[in-house]
Design a protein around this ligand. Sequence first.
Ligand SMILES: NC(=O)c1ccc[n+]([C@@H]2O[C@H](COP(=O)([O-])OP(=O)(O)OC[C@H]3O[C@@H](n4cnc5c(N)ncnc54)[C@H](OP(=O)(O)O)[C@@H]3O)[C@@H](O)[C@H]2O)c1
Length: 319
Amino acid sequence: MPARKILVLGATGVIGKVLVEALLCGKEHFDSIGIFTSAESATNKQALIESFKSRGVSVVIGDLYNDDQVLEAYRDYDTVVSALGRYAIDKQVDLIALAERSSTIARFIPSEYGTDIAYDATSVTEMPHQKKLKVRKFLESGAISRLKYTYLVVGPFADLYVGNMAQEPEMGSFDPENKKATLLGEGTEQISLTTMADVGRLLVGVLRHPEVCDNKAIKVNSFTTTPNAILAEFERQTNSKWNVEYTSIDQLRQLEKKAYEDQNSLSSLYTLRRIWTEGRTLYEKRDNESIGLTKMDTLEMVIQQAVANPVSAFQSGKL
Ligand SMILES: NC(=O)c1ccc[n+]([C@@H]2O[C@H](COP(=O)([O-])OP(=O)(O)OC[C@H]3O[C@@H](n4cnc5c(N)ncnc54)[C@H](OP(=O)(O)O)[C@@H]3O)[C@@H](O)[C@H]2O)c1
């Protein structure tokens, strides 16, 4: 069954708002686009929500922890796209159970949009994957018989990977204002990245091609590069030589261990950056073309954007 009526959860977050933009760009493929957002976001992110509304997005303000409100919101939609942030990942188990119980929701896209949590045998023990693994386990369990699902695996967001990690640059950082970078590994390790705009296009592709996406992980990327190549592109576009430092994989592992010992709130990010630098974003084959993604964003475009508008490598859409 095609996805025609789309409800987005977490629509005001870092990736959620990009997903809504992409749905709006492809709105001819959908009958309705709605968001379910918290009262807090409705107040604090009013301009964003008004801009969605003015372009035809239906807005439900409610509490994801209130089952009746969620079920009521589900009634008008056939597909739930979740872009909930990391503190609400495990809440999705309840939201999926409610979707299974609802009479209308046929498909649930859980909040993934990142590192492959089933890349190889090591993935199952990685700390940042645990809640997402729990969600996958529930979707694949006997408790769910009616709902279809797709996991969107995109690796690191290119826009953030090339950002400035000002507070802890040793976890990898590109600072165009001060022309300095800290490269991970030896700088030569390959990494596959996806821009947030391409993640939005991926979502539209997945919703339009359920026949190739149902009940599996779809793996895409915008491009594969290396820290050295990213630096070279920054140097080319800023017409200057940058100061460069390196964090070797061994140093990254030590920093990761210390981050957990210190209960550093960025400890998950250390793990993810170690996973990425170890090559666990690389594949022989991707799904880009099977869902109609033939033209992807490029490294050059991402660096142009980062030079014009420097970004932090860590962003949170939480209030
Ligand atoms: N590949 C990458 O590099 C990368 C980078 C960042 C994120 N991600 C992934 O993208 C997904 C979304 O992350 P994000 O950073 O976009 O999320 P986020 O901005 O932190 O939060 C997204 C939205 O979730 C809702 N939310 C947050 N905390 C909640 C809570 N405790 N209870 C209920 N709702 C809550 C809020 O929406 P409302 O207030 O509107 O309800 C919020 O705007 C995650 O799966 C994350 O792992 C990937």
